[in-house]
Design a protein around this ligand. Sequence first.
Ligand SMILES: [Zn+2]
Length: 128
Amino acid sequence: MKTLFIGHTRVEIDAASARTTLHDGKQIPAVPHDTDDYRATAERLGYGSETGRMCVEHELLHTALAYWLGLYESPVMRAVAEDDGPVGGITSLEEAAVMAVQAYAVAVGVNLTRRLAEVSDCTSAARN
Ligand SMILES: [Zn+2]
C-alpha cells in the first residue's frame, strides 16, 4: 500500500485498489468492477485487460485533476462521499475529463501511478 497526498486529499493505492480520504475523513474505496461494461471501458481507454491499473489511475486522477485546477477537492469524490449522485453536469464533465486524460496517458506510454507518485507528496507511511 502506497499513500499519496495530493492537496487536501489522501489516496492510498495498491496494484488494483484505491481508497481516497477527503479532508474531513470521509472515505471512498474503489476496486475494479467485475462487469462487461468495466472491461469494455478498460479496453477503450487502452488498458486492455488491466482493469486494476485503470481503477487505481482513475481514482488518483480525480484528485490530481481537481488539485491541478485549484479546486479544494474532487467534486465527484465529494458527491460519492455524500451519496449525492450527480451534481448538475459537473460530475459528468469530471468523469469525461478523467477518462480522456487516462486514454491520453496510456497512448503516450505514461504510467500515471508512477508519475503522480513522483509529483505528489508521497510516502508509504500514514500521515494526519
Ligand atoms: Zn470516476
